[in-house]
Ligand binder design. Structure first.
Ligand code: ATP
Ligand code: MG
Length: 424
């Protein structure tokens, strides 16, 4: 017999026992974004390869070695999106949404990167992306940070993450910094790994983003971009930190924070945790005013962030009590032919009267004993029991399956009243 086919390495199924946790977090995410008046945008998972090359930058980990790129049947080069910012901007430009308008958008879905799979690092992973257009900031930069802060609080993980901030200034400021940085690295070239030596001529700032522990010393002694910022960039950055200070939001300034993508300017930030090993960045983003022009649009302002949902959930899972919803509230046991018919009819009546109740019916027959086992396994809080006697009397029995309480027999009308407690 042939071997069973398995999922692609680094791409995971979310099984039914895990989906309540996902839905719980997704519900809170939608709530929080709604509270700030953000709108959802839904985007294709496939885009033309050129889009990512032009936006993310040729000399980045993503474009150099992580993209899932292939030729489609027409011979066009297509890529499974490795991130959402490029596609979101492409859509807004294509549909003329950026003309004299401001936007606050979010999207949620899978991203694809051919990385070495390990805990917190997958080849298909889910991101929440939030993008805003047309606002110069720094008030909108602060709003994004408030959204994330609120999300951590709602999920109960505020004390597990820290905010790191930096400013990347303008292109001109980065160019001046770049020269100083290159001289510094050249003077310390023996401390650089192969990748970094290659980047010295192509993209030296990215060396600061290295994950190589052996290079931490040379990176932490490097000159800081913050010292090269001009008045306008500094004013923008100070505007943001003053706002955060006034709201009591704590942050660390990390002058080595450059982010992996080329398109950022001014504000960049990451939320990091110490609880997930080396995959410690849960959420990252910043301002990318230059990207709209780079993609052929009229220059405009843009700032956003992306959050890795697997890492977010890994943090939530460290909590003791996670209030995830049950998949089944009530399980109906039906024994006997008349009871099966009457149970089905009554179940539909319950769903008419209490649409939010999650009611699962026993199907396929079985004794009371075997159906009670299934009721227990379903995770339901109550069992509704109908035998032929109950069916002929227009009654049902209700038995609590968790905690204390006796089974009681009620008229269908009273049982319906009882189940109203599941209406919300
Ligand atoms: P890292 O430094 O961990 O590689 P990154 O800078 O490449 O992250 P971004 O492109 O900024 O990540 O993506 C934003 C967020 O998406 C990350 O902070 C992380 O939470 C999540 N993320 C990125 N790559 C992966 C992956 N391969 N698997 C799971 N989550 C990921
Ligand atoms: Mg990465």
């Amino acid at each position: 017999m042939a071997n069973n086919i398995q999922a692609i390495r680094g791409m995971h199924d979310v099984l039914p026992d895990q989906t309540p946790l996902w839905q719980y977090a997704e519900h809170i995410i939608r709530d929080v974004l709604g509270a700030y008046g953000y709108s959802e945008i839904r985007l294709p998972i496939l885009e033309k390869t050129e889009l990512f090359k032009r936006s993310i930058g040729e000399v980045t980990d993503i474009v150099e070695k992580e993209m899932y790129t292939f030729e489609d049947r027409n011979g066009d080069s297509l890529t499974l999106r490795p991130e959402g910012t490029a596609g979101c901007l492409r859509a807004c430009l294509e549909h003329g949404l950026l003309h004299n308008q401001v936007h606050r958008l979010w999207y949620y879905g899978p991203m694809y990167r051919h990385e070495r799979p390990q805990k917190g690092r997958y080849r298909q992973f889910i991101q929440l992306g939030v993008e805003t257009y047309g606002m110069e900031g720094p008030d909108i930069d602060a709003e994004l940070i408030l959204i994330m802060e609120r999300l951590w609080k709602r999920l109960g993980i505020r004390d597990k993450v820290r905010l790191q901030l930096n400013s990347l200034g303008t292109i001109e400021e980065r160019l001046a910094y770049r020269e100083t940085l290159v001289s510094y690295f050249q003077a310390n070239i023996t401390a650089l790994d192969e990748d970094s030596i290659r980047r010295l001529s192509s993209n030296p700032l990215r060396i600061l983003d290295t994950k190589n522990p052996a290079m931490q010393q040379v990176v932490s002694n490097a000159p800081a971009l913050m010292d090269f910022l001009g008045a306008e960039s500094l004013q923008h950055f100070n505007g943001l930190t003053t706002t955060l200070d006034s709201l009591g939001i704590s942050y660390e300034i990390n002058t080595r924070l450059v982010r992996g993508l080329d398109y950022y300017s001014k504000t960049v930030f990451e939320w990091v945790t110490d609880e997930l090993g080396s995959q410690g960045t849960v959420c990252a983003g910043g301002r990318y005013d230059g990207l709209i022009g780079q993609l052929g649009g009229k220059p405009n302002f843009a700032v956003g962030f992306a959050m890795g949902i697997e890492r977010l959930l890994a943090l939530v899972e460290t909590l003791d009590n996670i209030p995830v919803a049950r998949s089944v509230d009530v399980f109906m046991i039906r024994v006997g032919e008349a009871a099966e018919r009457e149970g089905l009819r009554f179940a539909e009546a319950i769903r008419d009267a209490v649409p939010t109740l999650k009611l699962q019916l026993n199907c396929g027959g079985g004794s009371f004993k075997s159906q009670f086992k299934k009721a227990d396994k379903s995770g339901a809080e109550y069992a509704i029991i109908i035998g032929d006697d109950e069916a002929s009397q227009g009654e049902v029995s209700i038995k609590p399956l968790r905690g204390v309480g006796e089974q009681q027999t009620l008229s269908q009308a009273l049982a319906m009243d009882f189940l109203q407690k599941f209406s919300s």
